[in-house]
Design a protein around this ligand. Structure first.
Ligand code: BTN
Length: 328
């Protein structure tokens, strides 16, 4: 753990302050060295007051993603978020995690970018990632599973994101199968799960998450402007991205442990409660094929079970789902 993570962790304790002497002893460095680190944090925009009686006190944090601070806000024993990197700009955070995966980095690594030049969405779509306005990040998982089970990860991620958004903003998102978070029929977050696997066993999974937190509506391309929104637009105020990011990582960490313990049924029940797809008429495009029917349930591996207009029950594992609005 870096010195800055230790300082920020100490300043976020319940007491809310730490003396220079206490920090110096805890970190095994001089008080002058503590002061130098505090000065560097102040230059980044952290407001840290110093008083002779109370010591240092953190009074405000800047709107930026800083790996040391994100780490300081997470439990020391977490798996997801045990290793965090933040890039000011990159092509796609999924590409960075893919590279780390091939280098043998353990699961739980997370990469954020303040902006992406080649952010991508599902079905080969472009994902717009304007600087400092959203959460654009990816994580590495290595579940000991057959590839078919990986849909559970996308479903679980949607539940974790949705719960974190509710806890931090009070907004209750609706989930659209399998990966979209919506508010009032408009999308504000999506998940891109990419898989590397042998026929019988997953090598690794890259889970990419894009969330339009404080994105200006002018940033959305013309063709999606009417379909997209941001949490700032929904709540009417800017949302603290670092607080939301760490709440998401906490929820993901807890839910991933549940998945590994074979408790997908608990997650799928929560997914059903939060979902706006089940029980609705849907049109699903899968390449050249179109399936029209009623979404009935979630299968054990996360596939969507759709009763087609011809009365057959079909399992859907991918594709573009449109929930017919007339019944919304
Ligand atoms: C979707 O189509 O709904 C999925 C969007 C996923 C976007 C995220 S942003 C971080 C990560 N890097 C990417 O290039 N894509 C994902």
């Amino acid at each position: 753990m870096s010195v800055d993570t230790k300082i920020l962790r100490a300043l976020r304790r319940e007491s809310g302050s730490a003396s220079g002497a206490e920090l110096a002893e805890h970190l095994g460095i001089s008080r002058a060295a503590v002061w130098a680190r505090i000065e560097d944090l102040r230059k980044l925009g952290y407001q840290i007051e110093a008083s002779p009686h109370e010591g240092y006190r953190l009074t405000a944090t800047p709107d930026l993603l800083h790996a040391d601070d994100l780490l300081a806000r997470l439990p020391e024993d977490c798996v997801i978020g045990r290793n965090i990197q933040v890039f000011q700009e990159t092509t796609s955070t999924n590409d960075i995690i893919e590279r780390l995966a091939r280098d043998g980095v353990p699961e739980g690594a997370v990469v954020f970018a303040e902006s992406q030049t080649k952010g991508r969405g599902r079905l080969g779509r472009k994902w717009v990632s304007p600087s400092g306005q959203g959460l654009w990040f990816s994580l590495l998982l290595r579940p000991p599973w057959p590839p078919a089970q990986v849909t559970q990860i996308t479903i679980t991620t949607a539940v974790s994101l949705s719960r974190a958004v509710s806890r931090v903003t009070g907004v209750y998102p609706e989930i659209k199968w399998p990966n979209d978070l919506m508010h009032d029929g408009r999308k504000f977050a999506g998940i891109l799960t990419e898989l590397s696997a042998e026929p019988e066993m997953v090598r690794h999974v890259v889970v990419g998450i894009g969330m339009d937190v404080n994105v200006d509506s002018g940033e959305f391309p013309d063709d999606v402007r009417q379909l997209a929104t941001s949490l700032r637009a929904v709540t009417g105020r800017a949302v603290d991205r670092a607080q939301l990011a760490t709440q998401i990582l906490r929820e993901l960490d807890a839910d991933y442990q549940r998945l590994l313990q074979g408790r997908f049924d608990e997650i799928s029940s929560e997914w059903m409660e939060r979902c706006r797809t089940i029980g609705r008429e849907v049109t699903i495009s899968m390449g050249d094929r179109r399936l029209v029917g009623r979404a009935e349930a979630l299968d054990i591996d996360g596939a969507l079970l759709v009763r087609s207009e011809h009365g057959r029950l079909e399992r859907v594992v991918g594709g573009d789902v449109r929930v017919e609005r007339s019944q919304a």
